[in-house]
Design a protein around this ligand. Structure first.
Ligand SMILES: C[S@@+](CC[C@H](N)C(=O)[O-])C[C@H]1O[C@@H](n2cnc3c(N)ncnc32)[C@H](O)[C@@H]1O
Length: 210
């Protein structure tokens, strides 16, 4: 997924830090192709087209893919540069999706009643900046029974290679377990932009508790 480390949590102002990465093109997570794990989960039929929210959508590849697969998509990112790219991609692909510049840890938009949340690489960053704010957004945005497909860095990765922030399965269960029951938490591999096997991740399918 990435060849450069994501910004350290100690750095000030997450918005400036992410904006800087998109403005300088330092976005190694951005493969330009839909997530293979997302595609496999959709192909399995466990999630049907519905109202979907993508958290930390970046340049919009997966949001556009979801729209192409029949979902009604709203996608949020902190970076205005990322959202501008996502809007351009949607125009090029002739799909309709709502793209918003907003902070998923302190959401200004009134987003609620989503049936499906997709997150490739947002939780594992946002949890270090403001976990309570991130959880408040998840609680407000989803309705009971909603599915949350979370792709996050995996602390069982053995290499020292730079990559996404790594999370332990126990941390996912502890942090998200009050709001969501666990359908699965299983290892998978992120893609790299070159198409080779990327860093170890967690694929988590969660269901919003009633
Ligand atoms: C590792 S990148 C992944 C981007 C995209 N999901 C993808 O797979 O290409 C993490 C994304 O989360 C966004 N992000 C991080 N913290 C955020 C926050 N508090 N609110 C909204 N977006 C955030 C970043 O701007 C960045 O686009």
């Amino acid at each position: 997924m990435e060849t450069n480390p994501e910004p350290a949590p100690a750095q000030a102002d997450p918005k400036a830090r992410w904006e800087g990465r998109y403005q300088t093109g330092d976005t190694p997570w951005d493969t330009g192709r839909p997530s293979a794990e997302l595609a496999a989960v959709l192909d399995s039929g466990v999630i049907q087209p519905c109202r979907a929210l993508e958290l930390g959508c970046g340049a919009g590849t997966n949001a556009v893919y979801l729209a192409q697969r029949g979902f009604s998509v709203t996608a949020v990112d902190l970076s205005a540069a990322a959202i501008a790219r996502a809007q351009g991609l949607a125009r090029d692909e002739r799909v309709v999706a709502d793209f918003l510049v907003d902070d998923v840890c302190n959401l200004h938009a009134a987003l609620q009643d989503f049936d499906f949340v997709f997150d490739r690489g947002c939780y594992h960053c946002a949890r270090r900046d403001n976990l309570p704010g991130f959880l408040a957004t998840l609680e407000r945005a989803t309705k009971p029974g909603a599915k949350y497909l979370l792709l996050a860095g995996n602390a069982n990765e053995q290499t020292e290679a730079p990559g996404p922030p790594r999370v332990h399965e126990r941390q996912i269960r502890d942090e998200l377990g009050a709001l969501f029951s666990v359908d699965w938490i299983r290892p998978f591999r992120f893609e790299d932009p070159g198409g080779v096997e990327g860093p170890l991740g967690w694929s988590c399918l969660l269901t919003r508790r009633g």
